[in-house]
Design a protein around this ligand. Structure first.
Ligand code: ADP
Length: 615
C-alpha cells in the first residue's frame, strides 16, 4: 500500500545558489541605485569636501613647526590654530551631511530591493517552495538584501572617495618630495598580492557563512512552528542539540570569514607601515643632511597616513564585495527563477463566472521526472456536481485537485473548465473562480474579520455577517470578547479546530467562487460541532462544482460521482449505488462496520489481504 511511499520531498534547508562573478553581482545591483543618482552624487560630493578640509591639517602643522616654532613667529600661532579648528569643524559638518544622505540612500535601496525580492518570491511556483525551507527564504529577504546593498552604497561612496583621495595624496606626495614618495610606494606589490589572495579565499567562506545562517534560521522557524510537537514528545533536549549544531556551524562559518580578515587586515597595515618606516628613515637622513626641513617631513608623514587610510578602505570594500557576492547569488537565485506563467499576453482570461464544467483528459503528472504521481486520469464534472475522491493515502487525491488551480503544471493531458484549457488561461481569472478549503484551516495572524474578508476584501459588513451565519460561525464569533475584531493568533491558535474550520468556510462563502476544492478535515470534533460544520459545508457546496477529498464515509454517500483512486489511477467510478453494485474496492470499504474514516477502512482492508502490491 502506498502508505510506505516516501513523504514529501525532503526540504534542503540551504539550497545552494548558483555561483556568479563579482562583476555580475555589482552590475545587477547597480541598477537599484539608478533612481537615487542625485543622492549618490551628493554623498560623494560631501565626502570629498570633508576630505579636502582634512587635507588642510598637515599643511597647517608644517606652518606651526617650521614657521611658528622654528622662526618664533608667535603672532601666527593663534590664526593658524583657528584655521585648524575651522577646518576640522567643516570636515565634520560635511561628514555629518554625508552620513545623513547616505543613510537615506541606503535605506531606500534596501526598501526597493526587499520589496522586489518579496514580490517575486510570492509569484514563484508552489514547486519552488516545496523544495526550500521558509527560514532559508526569510534569511535571503532579510539578511542577504542588507548585505548586498552595503557594497553598493559604500562601494559608490567609499570607493570613489578612496580612489580620488589616493590620486590626490599621491600628487601631493610627489609634488612635495618625489624620492620619499617613491619609497613610500615600495610595499604596493605586497598589498596587491594580499588583495588577490583574500579575494580568492573570502568568497567561498562567505558563501559557507550565509548558508550556515540560513540553515540555522530554517531550523528555528520550523521549530517555532512545531513547538507543540516538541513539547508533546519531550524533544527539547534533542532540539537543543540540533539547534546547537546549526549555531555551531554558523559560529565556525563566521569565524572562518573573520579568520582570514584577521590575517589580511593587519598584514596589509603592516605592509603599509613598512612604507612609513622607510620614509622616516630616508627622510630623517635628508633632514640631518639639511636638504629638508623637519616640518616638511612631518607634513609628508601626515599626508602619507592619508594615503594608507583610503587603501585600507579599499580593502574593507573588497571584504564587503565578497560578502555581497555570496549574498547576491542567493538573492538573484530568487529573482531569476521564472515566475508562474510568465507570458501573460498570450493567455486568455476565463469568463467570470464559469458555469463549472470541469474535464480532465488523460492527465499525467510527476513532481519530479522519476516520480509519476498521476497516470491517465480522466474525469468529467458537470456544473454543480459534487465529485468525491477516495483512496488510500498517497493515491494522488490532493495532487489531482491541486492541478485545477494550476498550483502545478501538468506533465501530460489537459484540463478544461467550460471548454477552456486551463493551461492557456491567466492564473488570476482561474484562481479567482476556485475556493480551496483545506483540511487544516489556515488563518492569518489577524482578526476574525480580516480572516473572513480575505475571501473578498471589499465585502460589506452585511455580506460578511451573512457569510459567517451561513458558515455557522456568527454565533461563536459574537460571543468572543471583541467579536469580529478578536485576534486569532498565529495560524489561528486561539480558536478551536472546529471554529477555525467554520471561519475558513465563511471565507470561501464570501469568495463565492463557482468551483470548490475541499479537503475534508479528519480531526475529530464533537457531534454538535460536526453537525454545524457539515451544514456549513453543504451550504458551501450548493450550486458549485465541488471536488471533495473525502475522509468520512458519511460524506460521500450523496456525492454525484465517487472516484476511487489507487496509485495515481482512478480504478472505480460511479455513485454510491453503482459502486456498491460493482462489488469492487469501494463496496468492500462501505461494508466494513464501525468505520468513520475512509483511510481507516483501507487499512482494515489491507490487513485482510494486501489491496495493492507496491509498484
Ligand atoms: P493523497 O492526497 O491521495 O494522500 P497525494 O496527492 O498527497 O496523495 O500524494 C501522492 C504522491 O505524491 C505521494 O507519493 C506523495 O509522496 C507525493 N507528493 C505529494 N506532494 C508532493 C510534493 N509537493 N512534492 C513531491 N512529491 C509529492
Amino acid at each position: 500500500m502506498s502508505h510506505s511511499s516516501a513523504p514529501n520531498t525532503a526540504k534542503d534547508p540551504t539550497f545552494t545558489a548558483k555561483s556568479r562573478s563579482t562583476w555580475e553581482i555589482v552590475r545587477r545591483v547597480a541598477v537599484y541605485l539608478k533612481p537615487y543618482k542625485l543622492m549618490a552624487v551628493a554623498t560623494v560630493l560631501f565626502a570629498l569636501l570633508s576630505l579636502a578640509f582634512q587635507f588642510a591639517f598637515p599643511k597647517l602643522t608644517r606652518i606651526v613647526i617650521d614657521d611658528v616654532i622654528s622662526r618664533h613667529q608667535t603672532d601666527r600661532l593663534t590664526p593658524v590654530m583657528l584655521g585648524i579648528l575651522g577646518a576640522f569643524l567643516l570636515r565634520d559638518l560635511f561628514n555629518s551631511l554625508r552620513i545623513r544622505i547616505n543613510n537615506i540612500f541606503e535605506q531606500n535601496v534596501i526598501y526597493d530591493m526587499r520589496r522586489e525580492v518579496y514580490a517575486r518570491l510570492q509569484r514563484l511556483p508552489v514547486n519552488y517552495f516545496d523544495q526550500r525551507a521558509s527560514g532559508d527564504l526569510m534569511t535571503r529577504v532579510i539578511e542577504d538584501v542588507n548585505s548586498v546593498e552595503r557594497i553598493l552604497i559604500d562601494g559608490t561612496e567609499q570607493g570613489t572617495v578612496a580612489i580620488l583621495s589616493i590620486i590626490a595624496v599621491l600628487a601631493i606626495l610627489f609634488w612635495n618630495n618625489a624620492t620619499l614618495a617613491a619609497i613610500a610606494l615600495t610595499p604596493i606589490p605586497i598589498l596587491a598580492g594580499g588583495v588577490l589572495w583574500y579575494t580568492l579565499t573570502a568568497h567561498r567562506r562567505y558563501r559557507a557563512q550565509r548558508e550556515a545562517s540560513s540553515a540555522m534560521n530554517a531550523l528555528l522557524m520550523d521549530n517555532l512552528q512545531g513547538v507543540r510537537q516538541i513539547k508533546a514528545f519531550g524533544r527539547e533536549p534533542h532540539e537543543d542539540t540540533r539547534f546547537a549544531q546549526r549555531a555551531h556551524d554558523l559560529r565556525e562559518g563566521t569565524l572562518g570569514v573573520m579568520r582570514v580578515w584577521a590575517i589580511y587586515s593587519p598584514a596589509m597595515t603592516f605592509a603599509a607601515s613598512l612604507g612609513a618606516g622607510l620614509v622616516l628613515w630616508v627622510g630623517g637622513r635628508q633632514v640631518l643632511a639639511g636638504t629638508m626641513q623637519i616640518g616638511q617631513l612631518v607634513e609628508f608623514i601626515l599626508y602619507l597616513s592619508f594615503f594608507y587610510d583610503p587603501v585600507r578602505q579599499l580593502h574593507s570594500l573588497n571584504q564587503m564585495l565578497q560578502a555581497a557576492r555570496a549574498a547576491g547569488e542567493r538573492i538573484f537565485d530568487i529573482l531569476d527563477t521564472p515566475m508562474e506563467r510568465m507570458d501573460n499576453k498570450r493567455r486568455q482570461a476565463l469568463p467570470v463566472p464559469v458555469l463549472g464544467e470541469v474535464i480532465y483528459e488523460d492527465v499525467g503528472f510527476a513532481y519530479a521526472p522519476d516520480k509519476t504521481v498521476l497516470r491517465n486520469v480522466s474525469l468529467h464534472a458537470r456544473p454543480g456536481q459534487m465529485i468525491a475522491l477516495v483512496g488510500p493515502t498517497g493515491a494522488g487525491k490532493s495532487t489531482l485537485v491541486n492541478l485545477l488551480p494550476a498550483f502545478y503544471e501538468l506533465t501530460s493531458g489537459r484540463i478544461t473548465i467550460d471548454g477552456h484549457d486551463i493551461g492557456e488561461t491567466t492564473l488570476d481569472s482561474l484562481r479567482q473562480q476556485i475556493s480551496v478549503v483545506s483540511q487544516e484551516a489556515f488563518l492569518f495572524n489577524g482578526t476574525v474579520r480580516e480572516n473572513i474578508l480575505y475571501g473578498r476584501l471589499d465585502a460589506t459588513e452585511e455580506e460578511l455577517i451573512a457569510a459567517a451565519r451561513a458558515a455557522n460561525c456568527h454565533e461563536f464569533i459574537a460571543r468572543l470578547p471583541q467579536g469580529y475584531d478578536s485576534r486569532v493568533g498565529e495560524r489561528g491558535v486561539k480558536l478551536s479546530v472546529g471554529e477555525k474550520q467554520r471561519v475558513s468556510i465563511a471565507r470561501a462563502l464570501l469568495k463565492d467562487a463557482p468551483l470548490l476544492i475541499l479537503d475534508e478535515a479528519t480531526a475529530s470534533v464533537d457531534t454538535g460541532t460536526e453537525r454545524l460544520i457539515q451544514e456549513a459545508l453543504e451550504r458551501l457546496m450548493a450550486n458549485r462544482t465541488s471536488f471533495v477529498i473525502a475522509h468520512r464515509l458519511s460524506t460521500i454517500r450523496h456525492a454525484d460521482q465517487i472516484l476511487v483512486m489507487r496509485q495515481g489511477r482512478i480504478i472505480e467510478r460511479g455513485d454510491h449505488d453503482e459502486l456498491m453494485a460493482l462489488g469492487g474496492l469501494y463496496s468492500k470499504l462501505a461494508r466494513i462496520q464501525n468505520t468513520t474514516f475512509i483511510e481507516e477502512g483501507f487499512e482494515k482492508l489491507s490487513e485482510e489481504k494486501p489491496i495493492a502490491a507496491v509498484e
